[in-house]
Design a binder for this molecule. Structure first.
Ligand code: DHB
Ligand code: FE
Length: 283
């Protein structure tokens, strides 16, 4: 796929994910707005759970120093976004969206880029020889009361057939497999893209070292990322998965929910899928 010697590395995609997060001003600066009592409470409780673990398992100086060295390398590799989005974000998402009556969402992950251009002819930008299985996806965006939402918007981004994301791996056109789609007057949408492949989080950086040292695996099931929105409604961040993927049951990021698994049907040289979204009105 690549035409030069440059290859995707964890350090490169980790550093891109860190840079991307830093450009997201509202998220990066949010810490200024956390009240002192919350910082005091949360920092103390997190530290207390670390003390509990150390006491319970009689953590040694070797283990403490291994942790220190590893934490330093996570920062050097720019892998904090990867680490947090794989092992922490799913619980933050669960708590943040607990009140919803509409669609279940799931984690955003580290590879979202805002303001993807509008799709042309309902088709995501892709290379002439883009590998993979063509996917035609149709559906409707409605409000929880069933009203179709004609001003609905779907931002779609996903990995290619090699499990790589544009703007985070080298030698891929800037907006490859990233686009914004809009609903029609009846709230319906149509999306032409490629079915993504199962994805391994980068294994050659610090997160990979932890995975290897603990004897875990690095796989996420194949997934499509979406942000679904409409005026007056809560933004839905979700991922859609494919039935039969061996990692739907042991996703390293724990982000699969049964409601997010698609039901694709073979069609010509590809697959078609019908999947709709229900959005909660803003409170
Ligand atoms: C990571 C990558 C993803 O594509 C995703 O959806 C979640 C996490 C990661 O590498 O951290
Ligand atoms: Fe992803």
């Amino acid at each position: 796929m690549t035409t030069t010697d440059e290859t995707a590395t964890a350090a490169a995609s980790g550093a891109s994910a860190t840079d991307r997060f830093r450009t997201d001003k509202s998220a990066y600066d949010a810490v200024k707005d956390v009240p002192e009592e919350r910082v005091d409470l949360l920092a103390r409780e997190v530290l207390n759970s670390i003390y509990d673990t150390i006491r319970r398992h009689k953590v040694t100086y070797d283990e403490y120093n291994a942790l220190k060295a590893w934490l330093i390398s996570v920062g050097e590799d720019g892998e904090w976004p990867l680490f947090l989005d794989v092992w922490v974000e799913h619980v933050v998402e669960e708590v943040a969206t607990d009140h919803r009556k509409g669609n279940k969402g799931t984690i955003e992950g580290p590879y979202y880029v805002p303001n993807a251009p509008d799709a042309v002819d309902n088709t995501i930008p892709m290379r002439d020889d883009e590998p993979g299985t063509p996917l035609l996806w149709t559906g409707t965006i409605t409000s929880v009361d069933g009203t179709p939402l004609p001003e609905g918007k779907i931002e779609l981004w996903h990995a290619d057939d090699d499990g790589l994301y544009s703007q985070f791996a080298p030698n891929i056109p800037e907006w490859n497999l990233r686009a914004t789609f809009h609903t029609d007057a009846d709230g319906k949408f149509e999306i032409h893209t490629m079915q993504p492949a199962p994805y391994q989080i980068p294994t050659d950086g610090s997160c990979g070292k932890l995975i290897a040292a603990a004897g875990w695996h690095a796989w996420r099931p194949a997934h499509l990322h979406v942000k679904v929105s409409a005026p007056g409604h809560e933004l839905l961040t979700a991922q859609l998965y494919f039935p039969g993927d061996p990692h739907n049951d042991d996703d390293i990021a724990d982000a699969v929910k049964p409601e997010l698994i698609l039901d694709p049907k073979p069609s010509g040289d590809g697959v078609t899928v019908d999947y709709s979204f229900v959005l909660d009105p803003e409170a």
